[in-house]
Design a binder for this molecule. Structure first.
Ligand code: FPP
Length: 242
């Protein structure tokens, strides 16, 4: 882990669960289960070293097109995670990170209703500002998120609360699911792919990218450290000249 220059907000695309399972002759569901273990490992470690914001891409708006059995298995993992959070309330309070869910989580959407209701309840719970905020993106799309922010602005303009000509970048920021959080500093994508896949499009305007061939279930603390070291060595200019 670098001595200084830690990112404030890291985005992680948890890719490669399917290939990891295939290599071992296991079902894709087993790959996703191993993916959840890697998720927990990295949350624990990132919170220990003091990264304040982590956002994980768990289920995109496009992932509904996967075979129904796989969609159901991933939804079952969300249910299990929610059960765990409820059952281990005391234990979770000791943890240095807390979970929230982001994405298109409106009522009547494709997220199963029982899950939707529980996600909404969790969001209503008090935020613990001293802990690492782990956001899990579910039914998430970056373009859809920007559309969501645009609709909010349109409503404000229609209600006379904002002037169209006076709109600024902050008005869009305020309508994002990540409103109030710092911009993304670093995006980690394992498993050999080098694309954003509609993840945090707005927030990644000046993010640094770190790619690796490791499949997500194999991702360890040492890999996270390697990404942090690479990040700390980058020269970020944000469009300026030094
Ligand atoms: C990408 O790997 C992974 C997903 C689309 C799902 C990720 C979901 C989880 C890890 C489980 C739910 C998470 C939590 C935190 C409860 P892939 O299936 O595209 O892998 P492949 O590219 O090798 O096929």
């Amino acid at each position: 882990m670098p001595q200084s220059g830690l990112p404030k907000h890291v985005g992680i695309i948890m890719d490669g669960n399917g290939r990891w399972a295939k290599q071992r002759g296991l079902s894709r569901t087993e790959g996703h289960k191993a993916g959840v273990e890697a998720f927990e490992r990295i949350c624990e470690y990132a919170a220990d070293i003091g990264i304040p914001h982590l956002t994980f891409y768990a289920f995109s708006t496009e992932n509904w097109q996967r075979p129904q059995a796989e969609v159901d298995a991933i939804m079952a993992l969300f249910r299990r995670q929610l059960d765990d959070i409820e059952r281990r309330k005391g234990e979770n309070e000791q943890k240095r990170w807390r979970i929230r869910y982001i994405g298109d989580l409106d009522d009547g959407g494709p997220v199963p209703r029982d899950i939707f209701l529980r996600l909404r309840d969790m969001e209503a719970q008090a935020a613990d500002k001293d802990k690492t905020i782990v956001s899990i993106a579910v039914n998430y799309g970056g373009r859809q998120e920007i559309l969501h922010a645009a609709k909010r602005i349109a409503r404000l303009v229609a209600a006379g609360e904002k002037q169209a000509d006076a709109l600024c970048l902050q008005d869009i920021e305020d309508g994002l699911y990540t409103a109030g959080q710092p911009a993304l500093d670093l995006i980690i994508r394992p498993s050999g792919e080098q694309r954003l896949s509609n993840f945090l499009l707005w927030q990644s305007a000046y993010a640094e990218f770190w790619f690796s061939d490791i499949l997500w279930p194999d991702f360890r603390e040492t890999d996270f450290d390697a990404a942090l070291e690479a990040f700390a060595a980058r020269n970020r200019r944000f469009g300026r000249v030094e």
